[in-house]
Design a protein around this ligand. Structure first.
Ligand code: PLP
Length: 336
């Protein structure tokens, strides 16, 4: 497999650091927790979508697009990174935002990622919950095309085989760093949503024969559904790379015990994880994704799912900009 065969616009700050979380590891009493800082990809407060967009936006440019469209939840990190990338390329960006929570407060609806989308010059339309948002987007894109625009549409989360190439690359990058540090990685854990991150990672890890189990902590779908969806995209991604058959169904492992009430609703354990990372390590997680991933990691450690001698890498997929859309969920009064 040879990633340079695919068009790519290099915008991310890579490699992202791989760091040891000493205080968090000590607080939890082992295993060693390491963090892959994909919150530091550099584009408009960073995050995992930047790696995917390097490949997706290259395709958009080759197709001569003047406008890019995508869709996501109101506080979507993917939408923010897409608006920023479009700004950098001088393309227009129009997005659909889905109201998945029903929150009516001002910060949720106008601050955080929404504020940054507008800063980058994006325009948006809102939709109620439960629609096929990719289909909704294509309807709007066709209208823009009828009016003369050349529109490139990106599926939610940038999770197709093109976007997943960004995480195949991340697997290479991570293994290279671990080898350089003489670090034996026993497990990799991260938050999984629209599936591109997990699908890309597993294809990269399997293609290199890394022999490191990968665990996706689901932020939305039940385990079985999430695993099937990741598997489907992993198979497509492997095929695009010419390494069919490299991923087996049982390589795909998701845990959906930390979703809580549903996508976009913070959980108590997630808020605890945000506070722990902030207070022990000076690292910002987000309420929708990385905090649920970290809550899963912390709970599994407390339950003894890992050996004390293990080295676990948590991939920080970003999202801290959405903290400003979720301020009402943090109660600092008990600290006064
Ligand atoms: C999108 C996102 C994820 C999930 O990645 P997928 O590729 O959609 O599975 C995790 N964390 C953050 C902060 C995200 O924005």
């Amino acid at each position: 497999m040879h990633l340079s065969r695919f068009p790519r616009l290099r915008l991310a700050h890579l490699p992202t650091p791989l760091e040891y979380l000493k205080r968090l590891s000590e607080e939890l009493g082992g295993p060693e927790i390491w963090i892959k800082r994909d919150d530091c990809t550099g584009l408009s407060t960073g995050g995992n979508k930047t790696r995917k967009l390097e490949f997706l936006m290259a395709e958009a440019q080759i197709q001569g697009a003047d406008t890019v469209m995508t869709q996501g939840a109101v506080q979507s990190n993917h939408v923010r990174q897409t608006s920023a990338f479009a700004a950098k390329l001088g393309m227009k960006c129009h997005v659909l935002l889905e109201d998945r929570t029903g929150y009516t407060d001002d910060n949720y609806n106008h601050n955080g990622n929404v504020f940054i989308d507008l800063l980058h010059g994006a325009t948006y339309e809102k939709r109620g919950p439960g629609l096929d948002m990719n289909a909704e987007m294509e309807v709007v894109a066709d209208k823009l095309r009828d009016a003369g625009s050349n529109v490139y549409t990106i599926v939610g989360g940038g999770s197709n085989a093109t976007g997943a190439l960004g995480y195949v690359d991340c697997a290479f990058e991570l293994l290279h760093q671990a080898n350089d540090k003489d670090l034996v990685v026993d497990h990799i854990v991260h938050a999984t949503g629209s599936t591109g991150t997990q699908a890309g990672l597993i294809v990269g890890l399997k293609a290199m024969n890394a022999n490191i189990p990968l665990l996706g902590i689901s932020v939305r779908a039940p385990k079985e559904t999430q695993e099937e969806n990741v598997y489907k995209l992993a198979v497509e991604t492997a095929s695009k790379l010419g390494c069919d058959g490299v991923v087996n169904r049982d390589d795909i492992v998701a845990n959906s015990d930390y979703v809580g009430k549903g996508y976009g609703f913070p959980t108590e354990a997630g808020i605890e994880a945000i506070k722990m990372f902030a207070e022990l390590e000076g690292i910002l997680l987000d309420p929708v994704y990385s905090s649920k991933g970290a809550a899963g990691l912390i709970d599994l450690i407390r339950k003894g799912s890992f050996k004390k001698s293990d080295r676990v890498v948590f991939i920080h997929t970003g999202g801290s900009a959405s903290l400003f859309g979720y301020t009402k969920h943090f109660d600092f009064a008990d600290k006064a």
